[in-house]
Design a protein around this ligand. Structure first.
Ligand SMILES: [Zn+2]
Length: 132
């Protein structure tokens, strides 16, 4: 049975409860699959301050600068979820797609209107989930 580690739980603090519920349910779904995969929340994957957001923007990791263009992460309405494979975090497409299958199924079950960054046309953001 996969379970979020204490660091991931801490990184979900301040995030909309509906999103946290989806992530927890998704991990349960993953646990029950033969090709299941463990999840983790990356640094800055949950609630972000404007300063955190600016840091990511400067690094080219986000298109939102945190001031004129705010990220949903600054409102607690977004969560990044990545895979945890063989003892380390994985951003590999194959793994992130497995996470997404479980996240979308969980959102469906819990009736949460979830938007996945992997469905975006211009800037695909596979670890990113936000409430519509
Ligand atoms: Zn994100």
């Amino acid at each position: 049975m996969y379970k979020f580690g204490s660091r991931s739980i801490k990184r979900m603090e301040g995030v909309d409860q509906a999103l946290v519920d989806v992530a927890v349910r998704a991990l349960e779904i993953s646990s029950n699959r033969i090709d299941g995969i463990d999840f983790t929340i990356p640094k800055y994957g949950g609630l972000r301050t404007a300063k955190d957001q600016k840091k990511l923007f400067d690094r080219g990791a986000s298109r939102a600068d945190g001031v004129t263009n705010k990220s949903r992460h600054q409102l607690g309405k977004a969560l990044d979820v990545i895979a945890y494979v063989d003892g380390s975090a994985s951003f590999e497409d194959e793994h992130l797609h497995k996470v997404a299958v479980c996240m979308l199924q969980a959102a469906n079950e819990l009736n949460v209107k979830l938007e996945w960054g992997g469905h975006w046309k211009t800037f695909k953001d596979l670890p990113h989930y936000q409430i519509k």
